[in-house]
Design a protein around this ligand. Sequence first.
Ligand code: PLP
Length: 386
Amino acid sequence: MTLSWSDRVHCVAQSEIRRMTLECARVGGINLAQGVCDTEVPAVVRRAAQEAIEAGYNLYTRYDGLETLREAIASKHEHFAGLAVDPEREVIVSAGATGAFLTACMALLNPGDECILFEPFYGYHVSTLEILQAVPVFVRTFPPQWTFTVEDLERVRTPRTRAILVNTPANPSGKVFTREELESLAEFAIRHDLFVFTDEIYEHFVYDGLRHISPGAIPGMKGRTITISGVSKSFSVTGWRIGYCICDAQWAETIGFFNDLVYVCAPAPLQMGVARGLIDLREDYYAALAADFQLKRERLCSALQSARLTPRAPQGAYYVLADLTNLVGQTSKERAMDLLRRTGVACVPGSAFYRGDAGESFGRFSFAKRDTELEEACRRLERLKP
Ligand code: PLP
């Protein structure tokens, strides 16, 4: 038999996150590896989805989403990002931010096109580019600011560079891009005529009084920015698969056609649930969410500190990178396994976020957990105290 896999298979090999999740389940541990936000779903969102099923929202929707939801997304974006959006022509509802990014890349990138990403990166971004034979090109950033200069971008740019990807707030570093950084990135993108993909899924998880700035709202950027976000994290509905892409009408329709091809549409009643949440939940909801997660961040950082796993408190998102070098092992995988054996707490080895060996000294811990479970994880970590 000569049957075999496609050349694409290496892009979806067992991820470190999935591997640690399995290892964690095997020992009955607490999983701080996966960014699954299992906090409460807002009641209005749950109720509206249930009511939508009863009201008959059970069929295919328009390929780019129900009008009510597109309108709610446009007006929320206008409110928070300060950018006017046409709900009829500039919003595509997709299967999560993941679906929005995939279909945007399908519409806009050719095989061989290069996309600049900041390292440490989110693995799905890299794999998505690679299955389409686009080429990720990395600009490494360093703590504590995880910043970059235009020279860093120029150094990796080639005639094949077609896009740059910004994840703000970032997974795994927690970096919240500043206005100055985004302005210099915008100047670079305009000068070289690049698309800018943004992933703003953590837009409401910002701490210490910082503010999320949506790169598409920087003057001159609207026409080239593909803004991607969703509600998986902010409404704790990772399993609903509702996200979206906002971009200029000239790109949106074709991205929508790819969305139609791959997903047909996002789940109809869940679109209604999310729309109700976006309409009813106001600034106080998001402010309370950020305040709650800031407390979780504090609790986890303090436990990591007392376990001598020195943490870097993130500015945003809900992950902490912590130094694992006091654990047994030569690599981040060995150290993460040592931690799991000794405490029953799983983290993601830092190697998952880099191409080379720059991630070997640390691990990523998620604090998107209910308080009781986070508390138990922290107690277990604190037992490592020398
Ligand atoms: N983007 C980033 C940076 C993420 O960390 C995640 C989930 O961990 C996602 C997107 C997934 O978003 P969605 O559930 O909307 O596909």
